[in-house]
Design a protein around this ligand. Structure first.
Ligand code: EPZ
Length: 423
């Protein structure tokens, strides 16, 4: 398995990187193609492992997929195997998004339960309760969800007790073909949901309430193949901007949407960085700044995103003083703490709140990535650690950051990929 080698010489990042399409938007839009018979197209698709996994799931269902230059074409005319197997769903939870479209379009399907992830259980009860509210019959047997419905799904109302991106995606997809009106209350309002709404409307879906927590969907009998562009990845943008702060450098991220990370930019400003915002770019300058510790709580959008909790934790460990991070989305998303402590960070966890005693000098070490965003946090800390850092299991990072080493090189940092079998 590949490793990253982050060399010993800490130096400030300085440069500009172009942000790729949003992984979490594409993962919601690809299953939408199942709602129509024909060839759907998606542009600005990042070259990531998760896209390949979702393609594999759709191919097993019978779709043909090809693409080049960050474009995907999904031909669903051969979709007839209404199942998503455990071997794939266990590697990527978002595979579960095929449940809604398959039962809505074909009246039945069998999808493996996603199981947990590095930081604990990831329930899907809201996905299932929501689909039942639309008339689906749900049966869980041998680790699989079997969903069926007589004829079409029936429009209904579902109130999300907590904000759930994935459950909103699954229900939104299913409701587009249900008979009658569906109302999704307290729906997630992450930008990726808006991107999906726009794509579904390109297919002929009738959706009101874009950008609000109440989505009203008038079901239609059929949809036509979609065509749309993926929004920029706000989490990739935030990750590289954390790099500017932790190395006391300057980074400009382009081809992105500043308003999608305002909560993150406000944190950088409060810490004491200069933040400049353009119409499709942001620059964070932390050069020669005396930065201050801060307390941050992760929240559903537009609050501070849980996906940047680990990269921010690494960043705060470089700032003198006590900072706090509370993760209210995932109370156990802290597997990165043990590895950051191996690099010398001083972090104490109490429940779902981490106290970071910042300013300790870090020393390079061998560390192991545990999940996608934790791997990015370890690279960031490796950039400022005295001495070499090697990071194993970086297949996690390859799930969500396109051309990571090349982008780091553009910022002046050498992050080398070591293929042990070739070493
Ligand atoms: C999406 O996961 C993202 N993944 C995650 O990004 C992100 O961390 C998360 O949203 C929160 O923003 C994709 O979009 C593919 P949720 P999802 O349903 O949909 C609880 C990354 O790094 N919940 O919004 O699985 C859940 O346990 C990944 O790119 C239920 O209780 O997250 C959590 O506490 C990691 N029952 C909260 O809701 C359910 O049925 C929010 O989860 C579903 C969720």
């Amino acid at each position: 398995m590949d490793k990253f080698l982050v060399p010993a010489v800490p130096k400030p990042l300085d440069g500009e990187v172009e942000i790729a399409g949003a992984k979490n938007a594409v993962l919601a839009i690809m299953p939408a193609a199942l709602l129509a018979d024909g060839i759907s197209e998606i542009s600005n698709v990042p070259h990531l492992k998760d896209m390949k996994t979702m393609s594999d799931v759709l191919r097993i269902i019978g779709c043909r997929i090809d693409g080049e230059n960050h474009k995907l074409r999904i031909d669903t005319r051969g979709a007839n195997h209404l199942e998503a197997p455990y071997e794939l769903v266990k590697t990527m939870r978002a595979s579960f998004y095929v449940l809604g479209p398959l039962v809505a379009r074909f009246g039945r399907c069998r999808v493996s339960l996603p199981g947990g992830c590095a930081w604990g259980p990831r329930p899907i009860d809201l996905h299932l309760k929501g689909l039942e509210a639309l008339g689906a019959k749900i049966n869980i047997t041998h680790g699989y969800v079997e969903a069926t419905c007589e004829g079409r799904l029936k429009g209904g109302t579902f109130h999300f007790p907590i904000s759930s991106v994935g459950a909103t995606v699954n229900l939104l997809l299913a409701a587009t073909l249900a008979e009658g009106e569906s109302i999704l209350q307290n729906a997630a309002i992450e930008p990726e949901i808006d991107n999906l709404v726009d794509y579904l409307i390109s297919m002929g879906a009738k959706i009101q309430g874009r950008g609000t927590r109440t989505l009203i969907i008038q079901g239609v009998e059929s949809l036509t193949p979609g065509k749309g562009e993926t929004i920029a990845d706000r989490i990739e943008a935030g990750t590289f901007l954390c790099g500017a702060v932790i190395t006391r450098g300057r980074v400009k991220v382009t081809h992105m949407v500043p308003e999608h990370i305002m909560s993150v930019l406000n944190v950088f400003k409060e810490i004491g960085c200069d933040v400049t915002i353009g119409d499709s770019w942001v620059e964070v300058d932390a050069r020669n700044k005396s930065l201050k510790p801060i307390s941050v709580t992760t929240l559903p959008y537009p609050g501070f995103p849980t996906d940047l909790q680990a990269p921010l934790m690494a960043t705060l460990a470089s700032i003198e003083g006590n900072s706090l991070i509370q993760d209210t989305i995932y109370h156990d998303r802290f597997t990165h703490i043990a590895e950051l402590k191996r690099l010398g960070a001083d972090i104490q966890l109490n429940g779902n709140t981490a106290t970071i005693i910042g300013g300790k000098s870090l020393e390079g070490a061998d560390v192991m990535a545990s999940d996608l965003r934790a791997s990015a946090a370890l690279v960031l800390s490796g950039l400022i650690a005295e001495g070499e850092t090697t990071i194993s299991r970086i297949y996690h990072l390859d799930r969500g950051y396109e051309d990571f080493e090349a982008k780091m090189a553009k910022l002046g940092a050498t992050v080398s990929r070591i293929r042990p079998e070739l070493a």
